[in-house]
Structures are given as C-alpha cells and as structure tokens.
Design a protein. Sequence first.
Length: 347
Amino acid sequence: MKIAMYGSGAAGSVFASYLKKGGADMILIDRYEAHMKKVAEDGMHFTIHQEENGAYTDYNYQLKGFRTYTSSAAAAEAEGKVDVIIYMTKATQLEQAIQDSLPVVGDTTVAVSLINGLGNDDNLFKVFPKERCIIGSGVLGTALPEPGHCVSTPAGGVQMNFGGAVRSELNDAACAEMLKCYREGGCDAYWRDGEPGTDNNIYKFIWKKVCVNATVNTVCAVLRLKIGEVEADPWGQQLFHGVIRETCAVATAKGVPMNADDFIAHDHADIVTNIGDYYPSMCQDALFHQRQTEIDVLNGKIAEYGKELGIPTPTCDILTKVVHCIQDNYANQYFQDKDGNAFHIGK
C-alpha cells in the first residue's frame, strides 16, 4: 500500500518515520527542498528521545527508502496515484493542501488528516466521500533540527489515534495498514472504530485533545505563563475550567458525550501534573516566535459550533478575540529588555 505524507515538516516527518520504520511504502511531499533532498540522498535520520526509568536515552535510526518530492505534480509523474494520503500541514492550510495534492489522488485514494483541531474532517468531506476519509491525531512532541533529521520527543509515551469517518472497505484497509506499520515502528497506535457516541469512537479522542489544547494552549498564550503557573492562580484556574466546561457542552451537543467535572478531575489534572512546567505550543508561537496560531480551529471553532447550537461560549469567544488581536499586532507590542529599555518587536 503506497502512502504519501503531504506536509513533511517536524510532525509529518516523525509520523512518516514511525510508519517507514514499521515497513510502510512511504513517499514524502513537501516544499522544503533541502529537507527533501537530504532524505532522498541519505535517508531520514530519525531520533527517538525516549524516557526510561526517569532518564532519557536517544535512539537513532537512519531510515532508507523514502521517495521525496517538492510537489504533487512531480510525485504523480514518478509514482502515479497513491493508496493513502496523509495530510500534515497546519489546519489553516489544509483546504488548499487538498487541492494541491490532487495529482496523486485517485478514485480509491483514502485521505487521512492527523492535524490538530476541529473542522479538518469537514475540509476532507468537501472533496472526498466519507467512505474514503480517516481522521486522527498523535500525542507526542516533534522537532526538525536540520534537513534530513527529525526527532520524536514523547512526554509520557507516544500514542496515535485514528479511525474512519465511517466504516468502509477502503477505510478499514487503510486503518489496518497504518495500525500494523505504526505499531511495528514503535508507535503505540489505536484504531478507534467504535460507534458514534461510544468511548472508542475517534471523535471522542479528537474532542478530548481539542479540549486540552483549547484550554492550556490558549490561556497560557494570553497570560504568557506556564501551565502550572496558570493553574496555581485562582483566576487562571477559572479560565481553564471555563474553557473545559464550554468545550464539553459543545462536544456533547455534537454527539460526543463529555463530562466537564470528570475531565477536570482526571485529564486536566494529569496535564498539570505531568507538564505543568511547560509553555504549550500556542504560547511558544505567540511568545517566542510571533507566529500565526491555530486559534481558529480550537477556541474559535468551539465558539462557532456553540453559536450554531445555541450554547453560550463566553470564555472561548473572548479568548479567540484576544489571541487574534495579539497575533495581528506582534510588531506593535511593547516590551522591555533586561536593562528596562522599552522596545517594540517590529521597530
């Protein structure tokens, strides 16, 4: 089964490396020419930064056999159509990525989104029938320190969850192949094929991850604090809990039952305990790198669904507005250096 990874930055390269290590027939498509060239020439240097008994050890692999391309047109000329295409772009780029990938897409190609956030399935459904759509997400850290070298940095383990939008012969075959290759490649993978509304349905896992990200990512980005620092402040904790309660209410109304009290007591508590001394990804985007964030597929999408369903989402509403204002004005923001001198990032 020929699998294409469309978008082979840090996350895409790591996800593809686990598959390749497990025996998958992989091609990579990405505009990062230096990375594609290095992988084609020397293979992928794949590092797994693994925790064992409280200490970290780096396991290094040189994975040969990737075929790499900087465009779908070039891939199609050499490879023809693929059996599975996995999209690992940013969520805001997915709709355009699907259109750009069409040269390698055939009548039986299964489309997979492993991208964080809400609404990625809707973008797939605009082009692909549900019988050829798989959604999911990975729980692991990733890095791309240099061309040809990707790093998996699991915190508390590596987990991949995915499942078909509906059960079908094509979706089931693709899920079975991904499950086999991920597990044989060392990634703890799960095919979530439960009926809608059940605990083993893929949408349960999508919404749980969205709830985590919409809570800690967004609140920490606005407050410029680590997760544990926000949790220790009673006002910050109220913001955390407000996002959780709104997300659980919207998820439940969308047919994915979630209990906010249980989420706070277990899932959220685990996050605070395990990675409390951590600036989450949106906080890094806004605070360290001044990048555009994924607010629109997290709190923004929760607020959008809430409006459609008649469910109030005041916390998500205001957080979405604040993050948009922050990312639209990076160059104008006021800071002081260590000597107390004022400056603006863009001036």
